[in-house]
Design a protein around this ligand. Structure first.
Ligand SMILES: [Zn+2]
Ligand SMILES: [Zn+2]
Length: 342
């Protein structure tokens, strides 16, 4: 089968032929139909510190995907050949305290597809059945491949009660835009999206975000002060992972508001806790991945409602063999979601 692998500790990736993998008793073999590029994949492609400190070579990478089951492990009872599935990409151990108490998504020994184990930029992928989500017939493969990042937006907003609230979301990449759409869907008074890339801000506006602010062009704290008439926002969601953003982001928050932290910072962050959290009595939530399977049920219901037209967030589609073009475009940060059609 055709596959994209990372086999050298340098920038780039190798398009190669691999044997179709054989599965263990608890796995599914899935014919990949759609696989999306995530920020993690860009790190792996670039081979920066984030990737080199985590990844053992060689690795078949990629994790966001959907496809059809072509083979079922002998211990798997709830899936059959022909089932259309999407992947929860965080594989729980099934035994630790978190797994035993409904917190599989923060499993102590969690593995991630395409990071700690072979992934999905290929024709046939192994998916542990415990991480398979049956796709509703009305959800397309490419939408199925993006339910994982969409689910992060759903999970982030689920920590808060956006109805009738002023929501600001820092970051207008695909997850940021999904979070903005979920906030609107959930009845926010208005949603403000912040980014530094014009294309992403344009996409956010196109997808229904009420106000977009380019942090390169305006002082976001002053602007939000004007927009909210000095009230401040009720809910701040941080998705940039940019260490310089956090203090300004939380300066926009009203006293007693909620802060949801999702973006991954590289290294420790200096945060004025006294003024931004303690005196404000702010509630701070950390969010990672998706709750299994609560987030997936919610995400599916939102998609099936017909009120959330998420498909334009996918802005580009490529064949696997055009991987270099796809990754270079992804690096530009001037796109929505990029999907390989396999
Ligand atoms: Zn991802
Ligand atoms: Zn576990």
């Amino acid at each position: 089968m055709k596959a994209l692998i990372k086999d050298k500790p340098v920038r780039g990736t190798t398009f190669t032929d691999l044997p179709i993998p054989s599965i263990e008793s608890g796995d599914l073999l899935v014919k990949v139909h759609a696989a999306a590029i995530c920020g993690t994949d860009i790190h792996i492609y670039q081979w920066n510190e984030y990737a080199s400190s985590r990844i053992k070579l060689p690795l078949l990478f990629g994790h966001e995907f959907s496809g059809v089951v072509v083979e079922v492990g002998k211990d798997v009872t709830n899936f059959k050949k022909g089932d259309r599935v999407a992947a929860e990409t965080h594989v729980p151990c099934g035994h630790c305290y978190q797994c035993a108490t409904g917190l599989q998504h923060i499993c102590k020994d969690m593995k991630i597809l395409g990071v700690h184990m072979d992934g999905v930029f290929c024709e046939y992928s192994i998916l542990p059945a415990v991480c398979a989500w049956k796709l509703d017939p009305s959800i397309s493969y490419e939408m199925g491949a993006t339910m994982e990042p969409f689910g992060i937006g759903v999970h982030a907003m689920s920590k808060t009660k956006p109805a009738g609230k002023k929501v600001i979301i820092f970051g207008c990449g695909p997850i940021g835009i999904y979070a903005q759409m979920v906030a609107k869907f959930s009845g926010a008074e208005y949603v403000i999206g912040v980014d530094v890339t014009k294309e992403r801000l344009d996409l956010a506006r196109k997808m229904g975000t009420d106000i977009v602010l380019n942090a390169k062009e305006v002082n976001v704290v002053d602007e939000v002060n004007k927009i909210t008439k000095g009230f401040g926002t009720d809910i701040v969601v941080e998705l940039t992972g940019n260490r310089g953003v956090l203090n300004d982001a939380t300066k926009t928050l009203r006293r007693g508001g909620d802060i949801v932290l999702v973006g991954l910072f590289s290294g420790p962050v200096e945060w004025d806790l006294v003024n931004n959290v303690i005196y404000k009595e702010a509630t701070v939530y950390g969010v990672t991945g998706r709750v299994m399977w609560d987030t997936w049920w919610t995400a599916q219901s939102m998609l099936l409602s017909g009120k959330l037209a998420v498909s334009p967030v996918i802005t580009h589609r490529f064949n696997l063999r055009d991987y270099d073009k796809a990754f270079q475009l992804a690096e530009s940060a001037a796109t929505g979601k990029i999907v390989f059609e396999v």
